[in-house]
Design a binder for this molecule. Structure first.
Ligand SMILES: Nc1ncnc2c1ncn2[C@@H]1O[C@H](COP(=O)(O)OP(=O)(O)O)[C@@H](O)[C@H]1O
Ligand SMILES: Nc1ccn([C@H]2C[C@H](O)[C@@H](COP(=O)(O)OP(=O)(O)O)O2)c(=O)n1
Length: 214
């Protein structure tokens, strides 16, 4: 079985995916974490993301690591996904304001989207995949699809609790990212839409579960 959970930034995708995956006893895959890891790789290597050759250069960097036996790999742990490069856990570097500010520029590069999609499509179901285009593009065959949303203010209030930043600037940054990510974020036509501002996290997880086969 494949289940997809897509939605806007900070709508609760990972938290809901983790809860549902735990209830179903299957892994969840955070596609966003792979985009974040590739962005980290680009920044570490001083790649500029807004040039015409950026996508090709980034893809060459990632496949070069692969060929040298040091690939970036998603570890789809149910309690929270990680990304490792060889023996190094990169996860703690991926949810920073620096990566937040750059990741949309990387995520529009077709070569990077192909690389992320190939990583995910190479995995064996059952699993739950979360991101932006999991139900629309990457796993159109998924049995059940969900699209999570909430107002920018609700989402900003949640991020502030996690990152201790100023509410107004977090809300402005989220709106900017919504605009930049809009192209790849259109919900799948057959997705169930859920407003995560309308209940607690356990209630939203229960709502998703109510749409899944017992
Ligand atoms: N009703 C809710 N639904 C989903 N997430 C919620 C809810 N209430 C609070 N949260 C919190 O919102 C934060 C952002 O969720 P997260 O899963 O990181 O979002 P995303 O993966 O979409 O960026 C988390 O700390 C999560 O626990
Ligand atoms: N399937 C996906 C997943 C994420 N992205 C992009 C869009 C987001 O700005 C970044 C990071 O996504 P992630 O889900 O980790 O982060 P947010 O929940 O948006 O804070 O990657 C994408 O384009 N396609």
């Amino acid at each position: 079985m494949i289940v997809t959970i897509d939605g806007v930034a900070a709508s609760g995708k990972s938290s809901v995916a983790s809860g549902v995956a735990r209830a179903l006893n299957i892994p969840y895959l955070s596609s966003g974490l792979l985009y974040r890891a590739a962005t980290w790789a680009a920044l570490e290597h001083g790649l500029t993301l807004d040039t015409p050759q950026a996508g090709r250069t980034l893809a060459q960097l990632l496949t070069g690591w692969e060929e040298r036996g040091q690939p970036l790999r998603l570890r789809p742990l149910t309690e929270g996904n990680q990304v490792w490069q060889a023996e190094r856990d990169l996860t703690e570097h991926l949810h920073t304001a620096r990566i937040d500010a750059q990741v949309s520029a990387a995520a529009v590069l077709p070569e990077l989207r192909d690389w992320v999609n190939a990583q995910l499509q190479g995995l064996t179901p059952p699993f739950l995949a979360e991101g932006r285009d999991m139900g629309s593009t990457v796993f159109p065959q998924a049995e059940r699809k969900f699209y999570l949303y909430a107002t920018p203010r609700v989402r900003a209030e949640r991020r502030v609790l996690e990152r201790h930043q100023d509410l107004e600037s977090v809300e402005a940054a989220l709106k900017l990212r919504d605009e930049r990510d809009a192209r790849q974020s259109a919900p799948a036509l057959d997705a169930v839409h859920i407003d995560t501002g309308s209940g607690t996290l356990p209630e939203i997880i229960a709502q998703v579960m109510s749409h899944l086969p017992a």
